[in-house]
Design a protein around this ligand. Structure first.
Ligand SMILES: NC(=O)c1ccc[n+]([C@@H]2O[C@H](COP(=O)([O-])OP(=O)(O)OC[C@H]3O[C@@H](n4cnc5c(N)ncnc54)[C@H](O)[C@@H]3O)[C@@H](O)[C@H]2O)c1
Length: 370
């Protein structure tokens, strides 16, 4: 296919990392960029040679020839921008989380259906090399029956310098990195959740969102399954080096992974054997132009310039895979692998977990998003 999708990237902090990927992918180009601060907008525009530059999101919606919009703005913009983009007839990708209310998740799924456009929640955790590795083990029947899955995402955001909206943010409102691998690997959706809050964060933070807990830990009951998953999330006043992790326990093998200083994944087999394994990069899934971006480490060769923007190693080499899936889904006129209904279930599992914690562990059913 020679077709090139015209994509606009909105939000140029983390979002700037995707510009070279859309430009190098054989079926897309970064056609326009948008962010509020004009000086930074122009710096990024100059760096990547993008002529169409906008400070106002609504102006992007009016570009007739534009095929798709990739939203990488602060969390409170995700729902309204995704809805506006789909209603303007644009294929829409949005960084996590999809939204911060059950109502908005359901609304995006409804608007997506009416628009008949591709939606994708750009969840890095289900495009990482560790995810591909364990998915392969499960599909080749080496793990046996899955008995249990556990995920965590711990970060200590106490330090100054984060955008203001983060301070006091309810941990489970942004839980998709911990929840999504469990659901994608089990190929199930969450039916109901029970969650407890533990400890307390400082009052100046907890007053902002009325969310007092230092740690929220949930049990997710999966639909049509005997599996219950466990998810732990913390953001403030709890010391832990940054961690994303997922563990999968099977009848033949088990797998544990946590992002921490240089530790490799562990495979457990034959009762008590434990072996650390080097997980490969999965560039061979991708067009050769963007395959090198799955690599670990620093990109200092000329061909992959602008590399200070590429966090391939940081998010498990996931960025080029997400771009490829979004562009391919549009070209093939299909839903993406993280479509609106799935994204809503994953995101609502976190939102409802926080609501359960605030109600002393009351079980909450997840609304149907299909
Ligand atoms: N692993 C991951 O999936 C991952 C990692 C990092 C960040 N994120 C998500 O990416 C998003 C952005 O994070 P960040 O660290 O780049 O934030 P940031 O605050 O550094 O950048 C936000 C960008 O959005 C732009 N923006 C804000 N409001 C806008 C508006 N109304 N119209 C147009 N542009 C607007 C800003 O100008 C800025 O360029 C967050 O929602 C975060 O949750 C996800």
């Amino acid at each position: 296919m020679n077709k090139k999708m015209k994509v606009a990237v909105v939000g140029l902090g983390f979002g700037a990392e995707f510009i070279p990927l859309y430009n190098k992918h054989p079926n897309s180009e970064c056609y326009a960029i948008c962010q509020r601060n004009e000086k930074h907008l122009n710096e990024i525009g100059e760096l990547f040679n993008i002529e169409r530059r906008y400070t106002n999101f609504e102006d992007i919606l009016d570009i007739k020839e534009l095929d798709a919009i990739h939203i990488v703005t602060p969390i409170d913009c995700h729902a309204s921008m995704s809805i506006a983009s789909l209603q303007a007839g644009k294929h829409t990708a949005c960084t996590v989380p999809m939204a911060t209310s059950v109502e908005d998740c359901i609304k995006i799924a409804d608007v997506r259906k009416k628009s008949n456009k591709t939606y994708m929640m750009m969840e890095t955790a289900v495009f990482s090399r560790e995810f591909f590795y364990v998915k392969d083990i499960i599909e080749s029947q080496k793990l046996g029956k899955i008995q249990f899955l556990r995920g965590s995402h711990q970060q200590n955001m106490n330090l100054p310098g984060w955008p203001e909206y983060w301070y006091g943010f309810p941990p489970m409102f942004y839980a998709t990195h911990a929840i999504s691998p469990l659901l994608a690997l089990s190929e199930k959706e969450v039916e109901s959740v029970v969650c407890y809050g533990s400890g307390k964060i400082r009052k100046e933070y907890s007053d902002r969102y009325g969310a007092p807990f230092a740690v929220e830990s949930a049990h997710l009951k999966l639909r049509d399954s005997d599996i219950v998953c466990e998810v732990t999330r913390s953001l403030f006043d709890t010391i832990r080096q940054y961690r994303e992790s997922f563990d999968v326990y099977g009848t033949k093998l088990s797998f544990e992974w946590e992002q921490c200083t240089g530790e490799k994944c562990v495979i457990f087999s034959n009762y008590e054997d434990a072996n650390r394994v080097e997980v490969p990069d999965y560039g061979h899934f991708l067009p050769r132009e963007i395959a090198p971006y799955t690599r670990r480490g620093v990109y200092d060769d000329k061909e992959h310039e602008h590399t200070s923007f590429i966090q391939g190693a940081g998010h498990g080499g996931s960025h080029p895979h997400m771009v490829h899936e979004f562009v391919s889904a549009i070209l093939e006129e299909r839903e993406s692998s993280v479509d609106a209904s799935k994204a809503a279930n994953w995101t609502m599992a976190g939102i409802c977990s926080h609501l359960s914690a605030m109600d002393d562990g009351k079980r909450i059913e997840i609304p149907d998003s299909k």
